[in-house]
Design a protein around this ligand. Structure first.
Ligand code: 9WN
Length: 419
């Protein structure tokens, strides 16, 4: 019997459920990842509200004492993934990685509250304090000089691991001589041509080593660590999150918190001016050590409207770039501008399409009344899934599915975007 795509998406979420949390996909990613889990919750919310909240509650069970929600929580050690808990040495229970990922939970929690009832409100309220502490952590430890712009200390913190955006900062990361051969597992699960290179992995691990050696002292890492860059995706997710946090605070009768979130947002809007590129016509990644800007428009640049960042002129230019790039791709918005020579249609964050980012871009476009572009993005994202299935990411030119199969967030977005 033919199973509908909707039912297949539900089956994938159930299949990747490890009891309280979902893995992004079996074998390749056997742990709980932060932003994957939040998007998983949005998918679960379409057919099992309780399970949706449990996903976010389990995520916050890994929150650090200083407020950080780590990017990976190692609930059960699994040799299928490298680097595992022994490399991070977080000294937390449960063990985790040592940095965060795009803070998308406030926005998902607001969506779930708005589409739900009294129980959803109560579950959101119970997590509210943890949520505020996470946002405070970002503003304190990732923007220690109060510039209005947060930095990331590792490309993995962006969630857009090997995007050419990080090439400027990564070039400065020294690889320690004693690093040795890395026992990578990812390239045994997926075609190496669709994954980061060995050179990049050595540098990823060099940054982990620095963090682990200073016992994840986040002020030390921000000031003296090997890598510190602005990521439009993290900055815009945080800005949207602060806006949604303010709305949650209002709903919960917490005017002090609402004012705190609104003042972060105001300051962040001013800070955005520092990573606008006139050459590109968009907001781009910036190396906070050298001041260098990245050179092309990405799917993170396209999230500017989601955060309501920039002047009306900057927003209009961003919309023009989005439309022009979409004209070059049939399956959604690519992670690197296909008109640029560094574009690689199959290599991970150097070209391919990711459903979750498409989803946030489209929300921003719809907010700005760019409804035709928003609908096109939704239709193109579905087209990739219809053609290839629920893959981790897709070739923007052919729609071919790439990376991991039966992928949680691709399934979750398929469900949530129809809501
Ligand atoms: C490192 C789980 C994660 C996503 C990231 C994606 C990829 C990990 C990896 O997989 O990163 O965090 O090992 O490649 O880039 O966005 O959260 O799906």
């Amino acid at each position: 019997m033919h199973t509908s795509l909707k039912q297949q998406a539900i089956d994938i979420l159930r299949m990747n459920d490890r009891g309280g949390y979902t893995v992004p996909t079996a074998r390749l990613y056997p742990y709980q990842w932060e932003w994957d889990s939040v998007f998983a919750a949005l998918g679960f919310a379409t057919f099992d509200r309780d399970r949706a909240w449990v996903e976010i509650e389990t995520l916050f069970s890994g929150q650090w004492a200083d407020g950080m929600v780590p990017h990976i929580i190692f609930h059960k050690t699994d040799p299928d993934y490298f680097p595992g808990p022994e490399m991070w040495k977080s000294n937390t229970v449960p063990p985790s990685s040592g940095h965060s990922q795009p803070p998308v939970a406030a926005s998902a929690m607001l969506t779930m509250m708005k589409t739900g009832g009294a129980i959803d409100r109560a579950r959101a309220k119970a997590l509210f304090d943890k949520l505020i502490r996470w946002h405070r952590w970002f503003h304190t430890y990732r923007d220690p000089d109060e510039t209005g712009v947060v930095g990331i200390i590792h490309p993995w913190e962006s969630g857009r691991d090997n995007c050419p955006d990080w090439d400027i900062g990564m070039a400065e990361v020294a690889v320690p001589e004693d690093l040795g051969d890395l026992p990578r597992r990812d390239i045994t699960h997926v075609d190496p041509s669709e994954r980061p290179t060995a050179e990049q992995y050595n540098r990823y691990l060099a940054i982990v080593k620095f963090g682990q050696e200073c016992r994840w002292d986040h002020l030390e890492i921000a000031r003296n660590g090997p890598f510190f860059m602005v990521d439009p995706c993290v900055q815009f997710a945080l800005m949207r999150g602060d806006r949604d946090l303010a709305e949650l605070a209002d709903a919960f009768g917490e005017p002090g918190i609402r004012d705190e979130a609104e003042s972060w947002l105001k300051h962040s809007k001013e800070g955005c001016e520092t990573f606008w590129s006139e050459d590109v016509g968009g907001f781009v990644a910036k190396d906070l050590r050298s001041g260098g800007l990245s050179t092309a428009f990405t799917n993170a640049s396209a999230m500017a409207l989601y955060a309501d960042a920039g002047t009306p002129d900057q927003q209009n230019r961003s919309v023009a770039e989005i439309a022009a790039i979409l004209d070059n791709c049939s399956y959604g918005f690519p992670s690197w501008d296909p008109r640029d020579e560094q574009f690689e249609s199959r290599r991970y964050w150097r070209g391919p399409i990711w459903s979750v980012v498409n989803y946030m871009i489209a929300i921003g476009l719809a907010d700005k009344d760019e409804t035709a572009l928003a609908e096109r993005l939704r239709a193109d994202t579905r087209k990739a899934v219809e053609k290839s299935g629920f893959y981790e990411y897709f070739d923007p030119l052919s729609g071919e599915g790439l990376g991991g199969k039966l992928f949680t967030w691709t399934a979750a977005i398929h469900l949530a975007w129809a809501m």
